[in-house]
Design a protein around this ligand. Structure first.
Ligand code: F6R
Length: 245
């Protein structure tokens, strides 16, 4: 695993954007696996800046997102499709018909999952998968569990995830209780993985995920078995991990 420990959120976002940009430059028709949440916002801003400076061309890029809340439509401002449009897609020349997010409004959850797995199979393999890390060790919305789920599935969000995500909603009751997420098997099939972490609130879980035992109770720990993982974080988030290195 490669680790970049940057001094703060801004420099870690720049580092992450540099890795994503390098992928797009090296393989213009690459498949990017993308994440939402607050951690990648700075990296997306930097990608937009580089696009506007004429350094990047997204016209042949395909993207598959990790997850979507069940019950939210793409034009709901809390949906992950909306997030991706606002934080990246609307500002670069990506072909939106080549950007994929699970269908939050699909009536039949099994069909939503099967359809998304088919998209990942058809468009994949993912060249570079961007991940954030949940406070409980989740990646995508693969919550702590007794097994690693392989494919796309519908999850009941844990109380800690609902608590962490309520900051984006007006009221806690508005936070959806379920979501569709790409499975651990699909994440592990990406050729390269870039995981980004920021803030001291993540320091303990980063150390558990990357120094502790591999267990579905800490879903991100499975990344210890992936052959090409880059961890980019700020000093606050990587402090505990680096101490033991
Ligand atoms: C979102 C996702 C989640 C987040 C994680 C961290 O698409 O996959 O796993 O990456 O919850 O969220 P932030 O970055 O808001 O701390």
């Amino acid at each position: 695993m490669k680790i970049y420990c940057e001094k703060d959120y801004k420099t870690m976002s720049r580092r992450a954007a540099g890795i994503l940009a390098a992928q797009v430059i090296l393989k213009p028709d690459c498949v990017l696996g993308l994440a939402t949440g607050s951690t990648p916002e700075g990296a997306y801003e930097e990608l937009i800046r580089r696009y506007q400076a004429g350094e990047l061309d997204f016209s042949k890029v395909t993207s598959v997102n990790l997850d979507e809340y069940k019950g939210l439509s793409g034009d709901n401002d809390q949906s992950y499709r909306y997030f991706m449009n606002v934080h990246l897609f609307n500002h670069v020349n990506i072909d939106k018909s080549r950007t994929f997010v699970p269908d939050g409004l699909g009536e039949d959850p099994e069909k939503v999952c099967a359809d998304y797995d088919e998209i990942i199979r058809r468009e994949g393999p993912v060249d570079l998968q961007l991940l954030g890390l949940g406070n409980n060790g989740h990646i995508g919305f693969n919550e702590p569990a007794s097994v690693f789920e392989k494919g796309t599935h519908c999850v009941d969000l844990t109380e800690s995830t609902i608590e962490a995500n309520k900051r984006f909603f007006e009221k806690e009751e508005d936070v959806p209780r379920q979501a569709f997420t790409m499975g651990i098997g699909s994440i592990m099939q990406a050729k390269k993985i870039l995981i980004i972490v920021s803030g001291e609130g993540k320091a303990d879980i980063v150390a558990r995920a990357f120094r502790g035992p591999v267990t579905p109770e800490v879903p991100a720990s499975i990344l210890q078995f992936h052959r090409d993982v880059t961890l980019v974080g700020d000093e606050a988030a990587l402090g505990n991990l680096m101490k033991n290195y």
